[in-house]
Ligand binder design. Structure first.
Ligand code: ADP
Ligand code: MG
Length: 570
């Protein structure tokens, strides 16, 4: 290791990067070694940081991103140059889109060769490649600037609307030396990295006036609300106002999903019928049908929006009362005058209760079936029951049908415990989020994965076994994407585009690395396996056989998927 032989009066780029991260309580690096950052990874570990090494940078980046979401501190991902950087870039872009704070730090090749395009090893202008996909991008060229460069990256990631930051470290920088004293003075500890942003009083009053005039009010909680860690105040606002609420997917558990004011089981009804909607850290993007159209009913809505980002307002529909600030401060300001708010009418609350009961009864019948092989509902009923008994479990979820049904069926009881495909509806976050959540929380993780979704990051089961993490992966195996029944219409032996090897045994994958594999075909077996695996707290993978005819095309996103049949008919 080159850095061990350093003159005690000198320091170098390697040490300064570690010192700057540690000075800001950033003690975990998710990454993958190689030129020119291998020694940086070794040194980080030698200096007491946690280094979690992955098999692909995208998964390391996703782990960093989810850790940022859980802690309000930027998750750190460290990669090699060009290809490693590009692999990490997907995660950086996904973090930015989801408003998760992370810093992707990549080593890069020599500037003078890259800039003249003379063909260096892994040559690439990474800084400019990163710029369109992140909130901010910086390069540090001098060792004495490492302290300020990392401070800048931290602030950019966590202040205001959080997001991904790229930090470019040329190989030369890491071996540059300066005096130890100069180095020490150059380290910056960021003061108040997430400054509170207090909303204006007139904006709060405008919002309260609209709420007071509401006949059928609704609160919509997004993952921004979960991120903000203002759990007690948000709960107080919901409970003291008496207004029914809907959690977006990752806001599930911010209040327990079995809360009497949750309108989840009457989602379509309340979206269509509400007259005033208070958005708290939720965007009116595709996940909310852009705030208009059939989903939102006939009458135009009056929207109040709490958000940290002023440009989010009016992004899709007119917002009558924007309240701009951090969610904690905004909710607090609304709470100050909450006693003056009339309670929602018994008529509105009663109509929602009636819908909820009807829908839950109908759903209950399907949930209680126990076919073998299982269908999505019966398998998720088991997951729902086991999570209820283990409310501290972190739940990771991706897939098509597996995602859509799990979101609707599996209740969460605590904030920031559900991590899923998020704003992009991305596949491939599974093992990265699972590892990030396990490392960050020290608590068990259950990753409910469609068989296709699992494939994007499946090799990380080795990482899970290597670090002995308390992760149980449940693969919903229905032999393909959406379903496993398509055939090649030409009769050629090549499989249809949507299908995989029949009856695959994903459980054997984890056994190759010393983890525990389970193969289950019934609800009883699934319940026993999952209960045992969570209690054991060790790496496990359950291959849960799902009826290959059970899934629907694109899950619940059928409307977004243009079908060839439609053009033929036209
Ligand atoms: P969901 O998909 O759950 O609806 P989104 O990711 O669409 O949530 O929306 C999150 C919103 O929360 C973003 O507009 C973001 O600007 C906002 N946000 C994130 N953190 C905070 C915070 N601490 N205070 C206020 N708003 C925040
Ligand atoms: Mg959203």
């Amino acid at each position: 290791m080159t850095t061990d032989n350093l003159n005690p009066h000198l320091t170098d780029g390697f040490h300064l990067v570690i010192d700057a991260l540690k000075a800001n309580d950033l003690n975990t690096i998710f990454g993958l070694v190689g030129i020119p950052i291998t020694d940086l990874c070794r040194l980080a570990q030698a200096e007491g940081m946690h280094f979690i090494g992955f098999r692909h940078e995208q998964n390391a980046g996703n782990a960093a991103a989810i850790s940022g979401y859980m802690t309000q501190k930027p998750g750190i991902c460290l990669t090699v140059s060009a290809p490693g950087f590009l692999n990490g870039l997907t995660a950086l872009a996904n973090a930015t889109v989801n408003c998760f704070p992370m810093i992707l730090i990549s080593g890069s090749s020599e500037r003078e060769i890259v800039d003249l395009q003379q063909g260096d090893y892994e040559e690439m202008d990474q800084l400019n490649a990163a710029k369109p996909y992140c909130k901010a991008a910086y390069r540090i060229n001098k060792a004495e600037d490492i302290g300020i460069g990392i401070a800048r990256a931290i602030r950019a990631a966590v202040s205001g609307r959080p997001g991904g930051v790229y930090l470019d470290l040329p190989a030369q920088l890491l071996s540059q030396t300066i005096t130890a004293e100069h180095g020490k003075k150059s380290i910056v500890r960021v003061v108040d990295p997430v400054p509170r942003q207090i909303p204006a009083q007139d904006a709060v009053k405008r919002a309260m006036d609209i709420l007071k005039g509401a006949k059928r009010p609704l609160i919509l909680l997004g993952k921004g609300a979960a991120y903000a860690q203002a759990d007690a105040d948000i709960r107080a606002l919901v409970e003291q106002s008496g207004i029914p609420y809907l959690p977006m997917s990752m806001a599930k558990g911010l209040l327990p999903d079995n809360h009497p004011q949750s309108a989840s089981a009457a989602r379509s009804y309340v979206l269509a019928e509400a007259d005033v909607v208070l958005l708290i850290g939720a965007r009116l993007n595709w996940l909310l049908a852009h705030g208009k159209g059939k989903t939102w009913g006939k009458e135009p809505k009056r929207f109040i929006q709490i958000d940290i980002s002023p440009t989010e307002v009016d992004s899709n529909v007119a917002i009558e009362a924007p309240v701009i600030g951090d969610i904690g401060s905004c909710v607090n300001a609304l709470l100050a005058d909450i006693a003056s708010l009339p309670k929602p009418s018994a008529e509105w609350i009663g109509a929602i209760a009636e819908r909820k009961e009807k829908n839950m009864k109908k759903m209950g019948l399907t949930l209680d079936e126990a076919p073998s092989p299982m269908h999505f509902h019966s398998a998720l009923r088991v997951i729902r029951d086991v999570i209820k008994k283990n409310p501290d479990v972190n739940l990771v979820n991706e897939g098509a049908n597996t995602l859509d049904y799990c979101r609707a069926i599996v209740d969460m009881y605590k904030p920031r415990k559900r991590f899923d495909s998020g704003t992009w509806g991305i596949m491939g976050i599974g093992m990265g989020y699972a590892i990030g959540a396990a490392v960050t929380s020290g608590l068990p993780v259950v990753a409910v994965e469609g068989d296709s979704a699992f494939g994007f990051s499946g090799m990380e089961v080795e990482t899970i076994c290597r670090y002995k993490l308390p992760i149980t992966v449940v693969v919903f195996n229905n032999n393909g994407v959406y379903r496993g029944t398509d055939v090649n219409p030409t009769g050629h032996h090549h499989a249809a585009p949507t299908v995989f090897v029949k009856n695959a045994r994903y459980d054997k994958m984890i056994e190759a690395f010393g983890g525990k594999g389970y193969h289950v075909t019934s609800t009883d077996q699934l319940e026993a396996a999952l209960t045992e695996a969570i209690a054991a707290g060790k790496p496990a993978l359950i291959n849960a056989v799902i009826d290959e005819t059970a899934g629907t095309e694109s899950g619940r996103l059928t409307n977004l998927n243009p079908a060839a049949g439609a053009t033929k008919k036209a």
